[in-house]
Design a protein around this ligand. Structure first.
Ligand SMILES: C[S@@+](CC[C@H](N)C(=O)[O-])C[C@H]1O[C@@H](n2cnc3c(N)ncnc32)[C@H](O)[C@@H]1O
Length: 547
């Protein structure tokens, strides 16, 4: 069967191989296509025992609906009999034997993700699955970049081992030709499968759909992909005109060039997008972004600031910024010692970016996020995480990701809500001052209407989350439930009406003033403590408990 591009698109061929082209216009956020029947959708290696192997729901320890193991191999788990039956029919009937042999012969009960994915494809080919044969062996087969992978001796050695393992476990290793076929499949999987990064849980798995795999990469893409269970959705990130090539980013495109090019090595091409060609940093990409106006309904509605960020470029050149990233990564990324010691060493490295106020240039936002995560795991310091999340949501994320409906922007907003719900309780029980020695934070929270703040942030998160993600995204479901609870609180009629008026029309005069006075002002005040907290904690003058 030839490729069948979704309605509203066509497949074209050019210098970058095949690509997907729009045959109609798409507005920012509109769905271009959904892909509900992937060839591969599996959890990461050991995740096979903690994630439903069919619908990919991640189990959690406090989950009331426990995942049940396959009684045959005990190596895969499922939500219920329906998920198990569907997986059995699709692949597990053949795969169950593989896991059984693996346990008998090697005492192992999981396979590394690329090995399991390759094994699944080999089993489906063996069973005569036509769609899989078309995708992996037909005239229009998936790109594998085999010659490219061979040029890196270390990578190729790993690939030979993984392909051999998949061929042995599936009983396909009859001869040299069969081994080469397994290597081809592995290369095709590596080139075309998506890391199914789950914005709820962060846990990933992989996903491969033959038509979705036709979308090429750009570091300034016009579309993005989201995952929900076994379905991928391709959405426009900005306006796409008829005839435009649809592009997505295969990597974290907010990273500096040096890191993006390293991540793209796996795909064997030199990216020639404007971001790479003109060596643009995040601020320059943001300044040129056509979606800036969408931020008028966001926590950074100052569009002028997005167009002219208050940074001092004379303090750090682009080359220096890239060198900072490399030093940060090489010196601290693989360390496993005390989180605070690592964070302090990172702080020394990122200092020039701080002086230049380039808060959105990586690795500065990640350095702040790591400290924020550290605070959140500590009973004594958790309140300090609030200013940091406010800062990330106003000074980092909007510049890194100017599209306000991207899942990570929405998640950033909702992290502020979670912390406000916590500090709100501490404030009303009179515990806040006892728990938090920072007078500025305590004072700001005493004056703030934390319920109104949560309510406004939930409106923002629900509005943008509904554009950028599926309606049943758990983050959205939870946000809606929380908003409903807050809106039913007694004695808050006036506040609720004003926030609802603003949410309906961000230019509503009283609604907008109320949002600016009661929400933005407090968020900005809390965020303003961040540089000083970072300096005190990471500079070493304020001792924090170690883990
Ligand atoms: C997922 S496939 C995309 C479809 C591919 N063009 C094809 O014809 O099958 C990924 C491969 O497409 C090519 N590719 C994707 N984006 C590219 C780009 N921006 N420039 C050059 N090649 C690109 C690379 O060979 C990459 O490994």
């Amino acid at each position: 069967m030839p490729l069948s591009p979704p309605p509203g698109t066509r497949i074209s061929s050019g210098t970058n191989g095949r690509c997907l082209v729009a045959t109609q216009t798409y507005n920012p956020g509109s769905v271009i296509a959904t892909f509900p029947s992937p060839i591969l959708a599996l959890p990461d290696g050991p995740g096979a025992k903690t994630t439903c192997n069919w619908c990919l729901r991640v189990g959690s320890p406090n989950d009331s609906t426990k995942l049940k193991a396959c009684t045959g191999c005990k190596a895969t788990v499922y939500c219920d009999a329906n998920c198990q039956r569907a997986h059995w029919k699709a692949i597990h009937k053949a795969e169950c034997k593989v896991f059984n042999n693996l346990q008998k012969e090697l005492g192992k009960d999981w396979l590394p993700t690329p090995v399991r994915a390759t094994a699944q494809i080999l089993l489906l080919l063996k069973a005569g699955n036509g769609a899989v044969a078309d995708a992996f062996e037909g005239n229009d087969k998936l790109e594998g970049n085999v010659e490219g992978f061979k040029t890196d001796a270390k990578v190729w050695q790993d690939f030979e081992l993984m392909a051999t393992a998949a061929a042995v476990y599936t009983g396909s290793l009859q001869n040299e030709q069969a081994l080469n076929a397994a290597k081809d499949v592995l290369c095709q999987v590596q080139t075309n499968a998506f890391n199914r990064l789950d914005a709820d849980t962060g846990s990933s798995g992989i996903f491969l759909d033959r038509n979705l795999a036709m979308v090429n990469h750009s570091c300034v893409p016009n579309a993005f992909v989201g995952f929900n269970k076994r379905t991928a959705t391709l959405r426009a990130g900005r306006q796409i005109e008829e005839g435009d090539e649809i592009t997505i980013s295969y990597i974290d495109n907010s990273l500096p060039g040096v890191a993006r090019h390293e991540a793209l090595r796996l795909y064997h091409f030199q990216c020639a997008c404007p971001r790479c060609a003109d060596k643009l940093d995040v601020y320059e990409v943001c300044q040129a972004s056509p979606v800036i106006p969408l931020n008028s309904f966001s926590l950074q509605p100052d569009l002028e600031k997005l167009r002219n960020p208050p940074i001092d470029r004379s303090k750090v050149s682009k080359e220096e910024a890239e060198a900072i990233y490399v030093e940060w990564y090489e010196k601290t990324n693989s360390r496993t010692d005390d989180a605070i010691d690592i964070a302090r060493d990172r702080w020394k490295i990122v200092k020039p970016l701080v002086e230049a106020k380039m808060w959105a240039v990586e690795p500065l936002p990640t350095t702040i996020l790591h400290l924020c995560n550290f605070f959140q795991t500590s009973y004594k310091w958790v309140v300090y995480a609030l200013p940091l999340t406010c800062f990330l949501a106003t000074e980092c994320d909007p510049f890194k990701l100017p599209t306000p409906f991207e899942a990570w922007r929405v998640k950033g907003l909702l992290s502020v809500v979670k912390l406000l719900a916590y500090t709100g309780e501490l404030t009303s029980s009179g515990e806040l001052a006892k728990r938090c020695p920072h007078e500025g934070i305590v004072g700001a929270l005493a004056l703030a209407d934390q319920v109104t703040m949560c309510q406004a942030l939930l409106h923002l998160g629900i509005h943008h989350g509904s554009i950028g993600a599926d309606e049943n995204w758990q983050v959205l479901v939870d946000a809606r439930a929380m908003l409903k609870d807050l809106e039913s609180l007694p004695g808050r009629k006036k506040e609720s009406e004003l926030i609802q008026a603003w949410a309906k029309d961000p230019e509503h005069p009283e609604g907008r003033t109320f949002f600016e006075e009661e929400v933005l002002k407090s968020v900005r005040e809390l965020a303003s403590f961040t540089p000083e907290i970072l300096d005190a904690v990471l500079g070493g003058s304020l001792e924090v408990a170690r883990h």
